[in-house]
Design a protein around this ligand. Structure first.
Ligand SMILES: NC(=O)c1ccc[n+]([C@@H]2O[C@H](COP(=O)([O-])OP(=O)(O)OC[C@H]3O[C@@H](n4cnc5c(N)ncnc54)[C@H](O)[C@@H]3O)[C@@H](O)[C@H]2O)c1
Length: 327
């Protein structure tokens, strides 16, 4: 089978530079992920309006053509998959440009899909009209630990799930979008009722800190809780069921199962047994971007349901837009 032709628009942090600039190791960019999958994917081009980031890319990939616009790149190299890693407020215009000048088989859009519902809807509608699927990089959906957590929940390891709590690393837009997306991914539903509480003391980088509580249609309670500023980087998940508890501490580096057994102290009550670690990883082994572009390649070759389609991202972000109105 011939290799799939891929390209990246936007060569800043998520596009290419995180791999060099971040203190953490591993692959954290679209360019890095396509290069890693060189056996099945050819990175055939890249584009950025900023000379500085084009220069960084040309130093990294001297043999791959780099352009100052998506239009010029598409006309020249005809990619089948195009990653969009430009700032959120440009996603709609960049995707319009892509669809005007080419017909890729798939678009991979960085999260968030866009910054307002009107533009999100335009992306969904124009991709649908052009027959070009678009997936969105809500990174945690592509992370092994959360995929395993969901599987254990769906397999019934902790019985009927009663609540899902996400401890968020503050900032209800940038990190809150990850938290809300993860909550909806784990529950497999959108909330039917919700309330929120804005804590002005945690307002940071022009973003509110809104604690959020919701009820899903199957009566599972969902919560997103902020516990301090960005520097206190707490992002954890705690799922409580009737037969046990599943916890993801250490920002996704571990999954623990805590079964319940008959309490020795109280009749008709359970108590927690010692935690059993089901999964452990090192940040260096995380490969969410590779998983993402691997799925993109699989979607080009096979009919399958994407982990995060643009419709799913649109619905979650529309809810987030409502939550962010809380004063
Ligand atoms: N999934 C994650 O965890 C994660 C992490 C970081 C960033 N992001 C997302 O990635 C996206 C990019 O963020 P970033 O931090 O890499 O931004 P950035 O500013 O570092 O890079 C964006 C690049 O896009 C280029 N650009 C802007 N408009 C363009 C256009 N019309 N055509 C071509 N290039 C254009 C800019 O010149 C810049 O080089 C955002 O949506 C952001 O939310 C996601």
């Amino acid at each position: 089978m011939s290799k799939i032709r891929a390209a990246v628009v936007g060569l800043g942090q998520a596009g290419s530079r995180f791999d060099k600039d971040l203190p953490r190791v591993g692959i954290w960019t679209h360019v890095g992920a396509y290069l890693e999958l060189h056996d099945s994917i050819d990175l055939v081009g890249a584009a950025d309006i900023l000379l500085e980031n084009r220069t960084h890319f040309e130093e990294r990939c001297p043999h791959i053509p780099c352009f100052s616009t998506a239009a010029d790149m598409i006309k020249s190299v005809h990619p089948e998959i195009i990653s969009v890693a430009t700032p959120a407020a440009t996603h709609q215009s960049v995707i319009e440009e892509i669809l005007k000048f080419g017909k890729p088989k798939l678009i991979v859009c960085e999260k968030p899909l866009e910054i307002c519902n009107e533009n999100r809807k335009r992306i969904v509608d124009s991709c649908q009209a052009a027959g070009v699927p678009c997936i969105v990089n809500y990174t945690r959906r592509y992370s092994e630990v959360y995929q395993l957590l969901k599987k254990k929940m769906d397999d019934g390891l902790i019985g009927k799930v009663r609540s899902i709590t996400v401890f968020n690393a503050n900032r209800s837009l940038t990190m809150g979008s990850h938290a809300l997306d993860l909550l909806c991914y784990l529950s497999g539903q959108l909330p039917q009722k919700w309330v929120g509480l804005n804590n002005p003391a945690l307002f940071e980088l022009a973003e509110p800190a809104i604690d959020f509580m919701c009820l899903f249609p199957d009566h599972v309670t969902g919560r997103i809780l902020n516990n301090g500023f960005k520097s206190f980087r707490l992002f954890e998940v705690d799922v409580i069921g009737e037969k046990g508890r599943l916890k993801v501490p250490k920002n996704g580096e571990r999954l623990d199962h805590i079964p319940y057994s008959q309490s020795k102290k109280f009749t008709d009550a359970t108590s927690e047994e010692m935690p059993r670690t089901l999964y452990e990883t090192k940040p260096a082994d995380e490969a969410v971007y590779v998983t993402l572009v691997n799925e993109a390649a699989a979607l080009v070759n096979h009919k399958m349901t994407p982990t995060c389609s643009c419709d799913v991202a649109y619905r979650t972000e529309a809810l987030l837009e409502e939550i962010l109105k809380i004063k």
